[in-house]
Design a binder for this molecule. Structure first.
Ligand SMILES: NC(=O)c1ccc[n+]([C@@H]2O[C@H](COP(=O)([O-])OP(=O)(O)OC[C@H]3O[C@@H](n4cnc5c(N)ncnc54)[C@H](OP(=O)(O)O)[C@@H]3O)[C@@H](O)[C@H]2O)c1
Length: 329
């Protein structure tokens, strides 16, 4: 089977190699799937560079999430049978950037029927992360103001939709006019193009000076610093990622003086520490798919051989929504 492999660390376009590999046998509790679709996530790009908190031994196949059809079940993986259509996070080094991949059965879930393969291949991580961030960590309430950075991106687009579904007023920050149009179509009430506008003054203006109750920050660096200038009394800033390249460095004296919270979010811990909550979240997210409240934004459906360029564009900040490789486009 064909699989992209990282054999040395560097820029995705330079280090991803399309190889022919033998099929893998699933271990106990695991399932082997035919990959129907797998979205590129920023962590895939960071893993190519060796800059992610997870550093698989070389060589490895990236692709941290996917939608697949079960081909084989390992010992004790009784949750599924051959032919089931599932979504979940892959077990590296057998990621989704390949014709076949491996998942933990206990960490896999039925693919929502309302999603086609490409949408399902970009559904699991972004919406799970958004749900746990906005609801479990930040306790977002109806009527509150949610500020989402990189609002036209993968996790950002999911956060915009989930914020609207929760009854919040959503302000989306994006880089460029095309992404601004995307964020508006996603349902953001107010959109700020960071290339031409200062989001701090816009947030203050549209909230009557109060600021945002919740900030969803996958960018970090100066974006985080500026967010503290427009966070509301008792606001919550979610540290989701640092796609901008600089890790957030909170000033806790500032948090004290302005009375706000800084919340770390590492969704990847939940499947191990609270698997029931992940399952319940999947049920709720599948329900929201059914009502039409959420739907993954798939901007590019690629053949497997075109995926490395897509991962590079994601790494360069040039993509919207999800770039997905699809077995049957
Ligand atoms: N905490 C968790 O559990 C968790 C789970 C999943 C993902 N994440 C993190 O969430 C972040 C976003 O992941 P994603 O896959 O959804 O990516 P993405 O948001 O689709 O892509 C990154 C976006 O960040 C913005 N950006 C700003 N400065 C950038 C720069 N210097 N280089 C590249 N992008 C830049 C760009 O949007 P604009 O131009 O519109 O600003 C870009 O489109 C990553 O840091 C990822 O590790 C965290």
């Amino acid at each position: 089977m064909r699989a992209w492999q990282v054999q040395e660390l560097g820029e995705p376009r330079d280090v991803l190699r399309l190889s022919d590999l033998a099929e893998t046998t699933p271990g106990p509790g695991q399932i082997r799937v035919r990959v129907l679709a797998s979205a590129a996530n920023f962590p895939d790009a960071l893993m190519c560079r060796g800059l992610y908190q997870v550093r698989p031994d070389l060589p490895f196949t990236p692709g941290v999430e996917l939608c697949g059809e079960v081909l084989e079940t390992g010992d004790g993986a009784d949750e599924f049978v051959v032919g089931d259509r599932v979504v979940g996070g892959s077990v590296l080094p057998h990621g989704g950037f390949a014709e076949e991949a491996v998942l933990e059965a206990a960490g896999s879930y039925p693919a929502p029927e309302g999603l086609d393969d490409a949408q399902a291949g970009g559904f699991f991580l972004g919406y799970q992360t958004g749900w746990f961030g906005l609801h479990r960590r930040a306790g977002l309430q109806p009527g509150e103001t949610l500020l989402v950075h990189a609002a036209a991106g993968g996790v950002g687009s999911a956060a915009v939709q989930l914020g609207k579904a929760a009854g919040a007023r959503v302000i989306g920050v994006v880089g460029g006019a095309d992404k601004a149009a995307v964020a508006r179509r996603l349902g953001a009430d107010v959109v700020v193009d960071r290339h031409t506008e200062d989001f701090v003054s816009v947030v203050k203006e549209v909230t009557g000076g109060r600021g945002a109750d919740v900030v969803y920050d996958p960018v970090g660096g100066g974006t985080y610093d500026r967010s503290t200038k427009c966070i509301a009394f008792e606001g919550r800033i979610l540290v989701v990622g640092f796609a901008g390249g600089t890790i957030q460095t909170p000033s806790l004296s500032h948090a004290l003086v302005k009375n706000y919270s800084v919340l770390g979010l590492h969704w990847g811990l939940y499947p191990g520490l609270d698997p029931n909550a992940v399952g319940e979240c999947h049920v709720e997210l599948s329900r929201l798919v059914g009502t039409g409240a959420i739907a993954p934004l798939v901007s590019e459906r690629l053949a497997l051989e075109d995926l490395a360029d897509g991962v590079q564009r994601l790494a360069d900040g040039a993509t919207t929504g999800r770039v997905v490789w699809v077995a049957a486009p």
